[in-house]
Ligand binder design. Structure first.
Ligand code: NAD
Ligand code: UDP
Ligand code: UDP
Length: 320
C-alpha cells in the first residue's frame, strides 16, 4: 500500500539550480520525484546525487508541450532565469512561461493536484515602491529586453489566478528574489557567480554601472525551505508571496565581500549599466513570516563561503 505521507511530486526545471536542490529536499523528505527538464540551462550533472535513487525519475521534456504524468503536487520552475539566458531566445522564454504555465495548469486541473509557480521579483520591474510588497503592481517596461521574462512571468501569474477562479485549482505563487548558491551556472552572467568566478581566476571584477544599485541575496537552502512550506499551506493560501532575504547590499559591497572571502587580488572594473537594470530590490517578507513562519537563516558570508567552495572545485576540475 502507498504511504499516505509519501507524495508523488513533479518538479519542472528540476535539473536547474533551484530545481535540483528542491528535488533533493523532496526525495530526502521521502517523496517520489519526477523531474521534467529540457536541459536548456540545467544539466543532468545537477541531478547526479539523485540519479540512482529509485524515488527519482528524470524526464527530458519541454514544458511548452503537453505532459501526461500522474502526480499529487507540481512545482513549476521551468524557465531560464538569468538575463543572458532568457534574452538569448526571448520568444522561447515567453513561450516557456506562458505555454508552460498553461500545460502545467491543465495537468493540475486534470489531476486535481496542487501547483506552485516559481514567479519572480522581476514582476515588480524597476520598482517605485521600496521595499517591495505583494500589493505593489510593478513598473515593467513591456517592450524592453527584459520583457520576455518579466511579462511572461506576469502572464503566468494571471493564468494561475484565472485557473483558480475558473476551475478552483489549488495554487501557490512564490515571487522569488535573487537566490544564490552551489550549482549556479558559471557563465550565466548573474552577479554572484560572475564575481566569484572572476575572483577565483584573479580576473577583474566587473561592476555594471556605479555599483550603488542594490540586491538582497537569499541562500538556496533557505529558499527551498520556503517553497516546501508554501506548498504545505491550506487551500486558502495562494500568494503571491515574496520569498527572499530582506538584507540589502549594494553591488559594490558584494564585490568587496567576495574579494575578501576569496583572498583574491582581482581589481574592480566598471562597465556600463545594462538597460532597465533595477536600481533597488529588497523583499518585504512580512507575509511569508506570518503565513509560513519563515525567514532566511543563512547569512551572506556563510552562503558565499559555501558557494565559493563549489566554484573552486568546479573550476579546478576544468583547469580554471
Ligand atoms: P535555471 O536556469 O538554473 O533553471 C531553470 C531550469 O528550467 C533549467 O534546468 C532549464 O533547463 C529548465 N527549462 C528551461 N526552459 C524549459 C522548458 N521549456 N521546458 C523544460 N525545462 C525548461 O534557473 P533557476 O535559478 O534554478 O530558476 C528556477 C526558477 O526560479 C525559474 O522559473 C526562475 O524564473 C525562478 N527564479 C529564480 C531566481 C533566482 O534568483 N535563481 C529568482 C527569481 C525566480
Ligand atoms: N495538459 C497537459 N497534461 C494534462 C492535461 C492537460 O499537458 O494532463 C495540457 C493540454 O495540452 C492543454 C493544456 O494543458 O493544452 C490546458 O489544459 P486545459 O484542460 O486547461 O485546457 P483545454 O485542454 O481545454 O485547452
Ligand atoms: N551585475 C554586475 N556585474 C556582473 C553581473 C551583474 O554589476 O558581472 C549587476 C547587474 O547589473 C545588476 C545586479 O548585479 O544590477 C544583479 O544582476 P543579476 O543579473 O545577478 O540579477 P538581476 O538583475 O536579475 O537581479
Amino acid at each position: 500500500m502507498r504511504d499516505m505521507l509519501r507524495k508523488r511530486v513533479l518538479v519542472t526545471g528540476g535539473a536547474g539550480f533551484l530545481g535540483s536542490h528542491l528535488c533533493e529536499r523532496l526525495v530526502q523528505d521521502g517523496h517520489e520525484v519526477i523531474c521534467a527538464d529540457n536541459f536548456y540551462t540545467g544539466t543532468r550533472d545537477n541531478t547526479l546525487a539523485l540519479l540512482g535513487n529509485p524515488r527519482f525519475e528524470l524526464l527530458r521534456h519541454d514544458v511548452t508541450f503537453p505532459l501526461y504524468v500522474e502526480v499529487d503536487e507540481i512545482y513549476n520552475l521551468a524557465c531560464p532565469a538569468s538575463p543572458i539566458h532568457y534574452q538569448h531566445d526571448p520568444v522561447q522564454t515567453t513561450k516557456t512561461s506562458v505555454h508552460g504555465a498553461i500545460n502545467m495548469l491543465g495537468l493540475a486541473k486534470r489531476l486535481k493536484a496542487r501547483i506552485l509557480q516559481a514567479s519572480t521579483s522581476e514582476v515588480y520591474g524597476d520598482p517605485a515602491m521600496h521595499p517591495q510588497r505583494e500589493e505593489y503592481w510593478g513598473n515593467v517596461n513591456p517592450i524592453g529586453p527584459r520583457a520576455c521574462y518579466d511579462e511572461g512571468k506576469r502572464c503566468a501569474e494571471t493564468l494561475f489566478f484565472d485557473y483558480r477562479r475558473q476551475h478552483r485549482l489549488e495554487i501557490k505563487v512564490a515571487r522569488i528574489f535573487n537566490t544564490y548558491g552551489p550549482r549556479m551556472h558559471p557563465n550565466d552572467g548573474r552577479v554572484v557567480s560572475n564575481f566569484i568566478v572572476q575572483a577565483l581566476r584573479g580576473e577583474p571584477i566587473t561592476i555594471f554601472g556605479d555599483g550603488n544599485q542594490t540586491r538582497s541575496f537569499c541562500f538556496v537552502s533557505d529558499l527551498v525551505d520556503a517553497l516546501v512550506r508554501l506548498m504545505g499551506t491550506s487551500d486558502a493560501v495562494t500568494g503571491p508571496m515574496n520569498l527572499g532575504n530582506p538584507v540589502e547590499f549594494t553591488i559594490g559591497q558584494l564585490a568587496n565581500r567576495i574579494v575578501a572571502l576569496t583572498g583574491s587580488r582581482s581589481t574592480i572594473q566598471h562597465r556600463p549599466a545594462p538597460a532597465d537594470d533595477p536600481r533597488q530590490r529588497q523583499p518585504d517578507i512580512a507575509l511569508a513570516t506570518s503565513t509560513i513562519g519563515w525567514k532566511p537563516v543563512v547569512e551572506l558570508d556563510e552562503g558565499l563561503a559555501l558557494t565559493i567552495a563549489y566554484f573552486d572545485e568546479l573550476l579546478a576540475g576544468r583547469g580554471r
